[in-house]
Design a protein around this ligand. Structure first.
Ligand code: PLP
Length: 394
């Protein structure tokens, strides 16, 4: 049986593939330090776990839910956005999805026709381009340089714009760079998008994970015109240590949201009911767990950043948010005699037993991505191994 062209063209998720490789070696008995995955190392907070158990025992979680998600959870999302962003949304303008990842997938399915273009600032999160392609769209990559603090400008966007440009993805704080757009930068980009009727896809999933006095401004809060032009993507995975529960959400124009719900109704039916009850507690309950985890990530960043940036050849500015370091290692590779990033990453895994992700999957093949959502001891050991690896190769 030949596979569809769609499946043949699709790249597997670079981060999941790197994590799977690291896990496989670990089960074979290798002492791998895994810095590949973008997930908090914390267990989901107890109150959230208990709410899930309660929904199982009461029987509430036994049944299908509406495709858009249980009404209480949609209301909780609206309330959270009111509290965090100061914005009001109607119940018809919100949907709960199987992770933010499916929100994005369904969104592209809902808005893209064959040949429509989506502008994706690069470095980008691994799934954007592949998801656009799955919807028969064309990803248009615009490079956000290190000199520009990994942020794109309106001039660059204007050069990339064509009659087919349908949407722009804006991820702030960014995975993988940790860059955050300022209100002024957002306003310029937002007004540009409004004036050309380009949908802004604001992936706000790292919005609560900002450090050292940096602040996150959501694109949708800049002006009413920009809010109307924006679809907000978010979820509970990163802020509440709930990656395994698979709950995301999306807010925006009613017609788009209803199309997303229709797509979900014919594909997933609904997200796991028990996960929805857990997410309800996450969004409605005491928010102190979010701040506790944020502080822990901030502490880790402050400990490991100076060490990683001091590694021979590494070029790295301090990230402002998310939980990744994304150093440029071109010079490190040259010092160690490498020309290909994937070989460098492979040898780090098999020789230093440190698993990181090649920047190639993020559109930046001179970089590697290290997640610091691991405990400090693991991080420090990993850095010591990197130091040793470079010293041996040099
Ligand atoms: N968006 C970004 C930028 C991400 O880094 C991730 C996860 O790594 C997601 C979306 C998807 O998150 P989830 O599907 O777990 O909600």
């Amino acid at each position: 049986m030949t596979l569809s062209h769609r499946a043949q063209r699709l790249e597997p998720s670079a981060t999941l593939a790197a994590a799977a490789k690291a896990k496989k070696l670990k089960t074979e008995g290798f002492d791998i330090l895994n810095l590949t995955l973008g997930e908090p190392d914390y267990m989901t907070p107890e109150t959230i776990r208990k709410a899930a158990i309660k929904s199982i025992e009461s029987g509430e979680a036994s049944f299908y839910t509406p495709a858009a998600g249980i009404i209480e959870l949609r209301q909780a999302v609206i309330e959270r956005i009111r509290l965090d962003y100061g914005l009001s949304y109607d119940i018809t303008e919100v949907a709960v999805t199987d992770g933010a990842k499916f929100a994005l997938y369904a969104l592209f399915q809902a808005i893209i026709n064959a040949g429509d273009e989506v502008i994706i600032p690069t470095p980008y999160w691994v799934s954007y381009g592949e998801q656009v392609k799955l919807a028969e769209g064309k990803p248009v990559f615009v490079t956000a340089t290190h000199e520009a603090k990994f942020k794109v400008t309106v001039d660059q966007l204007e050069k990339a714009r064509t009659a087919q440009t349908k949407a722009l993805i804006l991820t702030s704080p960014s995975n993988p760079t940790g860059a955050i757009y300022s209100p002024d930068e957002l306003e310029k980009i937002g007004n540009w998008a409004v004036s050309h009727n380009i949908l802004i896809i604001a992936d706000d999933i790292y919005g609560k994970l900002v450090y050292n006095g940096h602040t996150f401004t959501p694109m949708a809060t800049i002006s009413e015109a920009i809010r109307k032009q924006t679809v907000i993507i978010n979820g509970v995975s990163k802020s509440y240590a709930m990656t395994g529960w698979r709950i995301g959400y999306v807010l925006g124009d009613e017609a788009i949201i209803q199309a997303i719900i229709k797509i979900a109704s014919q594909s997933t039916s609904n997200c796991s009911a028990v996960s929805q009850y857990a997410a309800l507690e996450a969004l409605r309950g005491d928010q102190s767990c979010v701040e506790e985890m944020r502080q822990a990530f901030e502490q880790r960043l402050n400990v490991i950043y100076p060490k990683v940036s001091a590694l021979p050849g590494v070029v790295l500015d301090k990230p402002e948010g998310a939980f990744y370091l994304f150093p440029n290692v071109a010079e490190t590779m040259r010092l160690c005699g490498y020309t290909a990033i994937d070989q460098f990453v492979d040898d780090l895994l098999t020789e230093a037993q440190v698993a990181v992700v090649s920047g190639a999957g993020f559109g930046a093949p001179e970089h590697i991505r290290l997640s610091y959502a691991s405990d400090l001891e693991t991080l420090q050991q990993a850095i010591a191994r990197l130091e040793e690896f470079i010293a041996i190769k040099q």
